[in-house]
Design a protein around this ligand. Structure first.
Ligand code: ADP
Ligand code: MG
Length: 565
């Protein structure tokens, strides 16, 4: 007896669905990409689980996806023979989209269609895109390894509840049946579907099949025979193809597939490494930061494959943390198929791959910075604060990362971070030995600090640092190309070769003449200050506070206080 029940969606589902439908309507054919990509994920999961239990194949190891149309019934079906879902898995994954990701999706919606449609894939609401074109969706599935009697049928109109019943399903895997809305019947057209599949799924390492179109006599003859299928996508993993045969558009489509981004990438690198450690990498730098870039457990965007078998998502050992925004694929020929996260922790091959990946991305960014400084500036505004974590994390590449950093500076009126350290070095004055910077909690506060007076007077450039991560950065990046970085607010300002004799004289004179005043100030301020000294720092202001050469900067003290330390 099929045990049928009606279950309520967890909170917010109808609300989310409405938003999904509205924000994606102008891009509605992406529902097919989402369903095909779920089918492909299901195939990859099966392949992976079958590595340790090949009984899961049930004698059918050729994995494929099928797209079928039934014009009379008005349905479009996407089927796979992948891992399938158990009854409980259906409830947990399809029946509840009130995950924290979904809630964030709702919060992140801006009302701007173009922007919102970019968000959808990132929040794992892909399956629900079916409701853009369907007023009812039926999902029939059976988990690999369970008996045929453990099939499950889920159905919903997307309006708050769904039904669930048990049924017999001989073939393993999942069928998603879309009952198309009256005005979405265009998706019953085979040619339209073929062109969408070509666009979104050519690079999948899995065949997507449709029924062979037969005409006239042929059709007549085949009337009672079982249907014949033919592959409509290319079906080879894109990264395994020869670079010279891949068009830019194909790279872009593949990027959209791995990243769930709707935009094209900023840059990419595709490489094959031969030798004792053979592998292929295809890495992308996105244009925009993902919503979780600053979450403590932000997702990493690189997928690991071993000989075309998908091993894991978010392989965080393949990229350093400060490059966590990079998306793409690493496919190793030499790793064991049963690698686990634990094995990855201490694997020399993985370390080598990470180092090479790091160099590739740094190289990509260097080229972009050199050839297209404006686009690099856009990259910097999105990801600069992440890159600034680099010098602390990656000692070996410190200098290269430092070369990629951009700052606001007194060289320009704008607070945009566009000045490089190399540019600074070129503009240094004769006799200047240090790279000067000031930290503050905003670019404006930095720019108006009295500490800058003497630098302005002498025309010496000062970098204006006001990102939270800057204190961390300068505590690890203490020099660049042999020049030390020096805070203008720290210690006795020693301008070295830049101080002129006049100033030295004035300072000594002040110390002699105002010795009494300085002592009185010191004794009044008591413990609150270390010392009161005459200074050549100031031009217009009468006095300013400085911290000792080796003390915590005033700004860092402020930051720590703000976070309760
Ligand atoms: P995402 O793919 O980002 O996880 P989706 O909304 O597309 O989000 O799918 C939600 C979940 O439903 C998937 O993670 C998977 O567990 C399950 N699922 C969807 N389609 C299939 C399928 N064809 N086979 C197996 N599981 C599926
Ligand atoms: Mg999906």
């Amino acid at each position: 007896e099929a045990h049928k029940e009606t279950l309520e969606f967890k909170a917010e589902v109808s609300q989310v669905l409405d938003l999904v439908i509205r924000s994606l309507y102008s891009n509605k054919e992406i529902f097919l990409r989402e369903l095909v990509s779920n089918a492909s994920d299901a195939a990859e999961k099966l392949r992976f689980e079958a590595l340790s239990d090949d009984g899961l194949y049930e004698g059918e190891s050729e994995l494929r996806i099928r797209v079928e149309i039934d014009k009379e019934a008005g349905t479009l079906t996407v089927s796979d023979n992948g891992i399938g879902l158990s009854r409980q898995e259906v409830i947990d994954t399809i029946g509840s989209i009130a995950s924290s990701g979904t809630r964030r999706f709702v919060e992140a919606l801006s009302g701007d269609q173009a922007k919102d449609s970019k968000l959808i894939g990132q929040f794992g609401v892909g399956f629900y895109s079916a409701f853009i074109v369907a007023d009812k969706v039926t999902l029939i599935s059976r988990r690999a390894g369970l008996g045929a009697e453990h099939g499950v049928r889920w159905e919903s109109d997307g309006r708050g509840s769904f039904t669930l019943e048990t049924l017999e399903k001989s073939g393993r895997g999942t069928d998603v049946i879309l009952h198309l809305k009256e005005d979405e019947k265009e998706f019953l057209d085979a040619w339209r579907l073929r062109s969408i599949i070509g666009k979104f799924s050519d690079h999948l390492a899995l065949p997507v099949e449709m029924r062979k179109e037969l005409y006239g006599e042929e059709a007549e003859k085949a009337k009672d025979a079982p249907p014949e299928y033919e592959q409509v996508n290319r079906g080879t993993a894109l990264w395994m193809r020869n670079k010279s045969e891949i068009t830019e558009e194909e790279y872009h489509d593949f990027y959209k597939h791995v990243s769930h981004d709707f935009d094209v990438p900023l840059a990419y690198a595709h490489n094959r490494v031969e030798g004792t450690n053979e592998y292929t990498t295809l890495l992308f730098v996105p244009k925009r930061a993902p919503w979780d870039l600053w979450e403590r457990d932000a997702k990493h965007g690189v997928k690991l494959y071993v000989r075309r078998v998908f091993i894991m998502d978010e392989a965080d050992k393949l990229m350093p943390h400060y490059l966590r925004f990079v998306k793409g694929v690493v496919d190793s020929d030499d790793m064991p198929l049963n690698v686990s996260r634990e094995i990855l922790q201490h694997n020399r091959k993985i370390d080598t791959i990470r180092q090479a990946n790091t160099k590739r991305i740094l190289g990509l960014l260097e080229t972009l910075a050199k050839d297209e400084p404006e686009r690099y500036g856009e990259f910097w505004d999105e990801f600069g604060r992440v890159l600034k974590e680099g010098p602390a994390e990656d000692f070996a590449n410190k200098e290269r990362i430092a070369g990629l950093l951009r700052f606001a500076s007194t060289h320009s009126e704008s607070d945009a971070q566009r000045e490089s350290l190399d540019g600074y070095l070129e503009r240094m004055k004769d006799g200047q030995e240090k790279i000067y910077y000031i930290t503050a909690d905003s670019a404006a506060a930095a720019r108006h600090s009295p500490h800058l007076e003497v630098f302005r007077k002498k025309g010496i450039e000062v970098l204006l640092l006001s990102d939270r991560v800057d204190e961390w950065l300068v505590s690890h990046l203490t020099e660049y190309k042999g020049k030390t970085l020096h805070s203008v607010a720290k210690g006795d300002l020693d301008l070295g070769g830049l101080a002129d004799a006049e100033e030295k004289e004035a300072k000594e004179k002040a110390a002699a003449e105002h010795g009494g005043l300085l002592e009185r100030l010191k004794s009044t301020l008591g413990e609150r200050v270390d010392s009161v000294r005459p200074s050549t720092r100031l031009v217009d202001s009468p006095a300013c506070l400085v911290v000792g050469e080796h003390d915590m900067s005033a700004n860092l003290a402020r930051v720590l206080k703000a976070v309760g330390q």
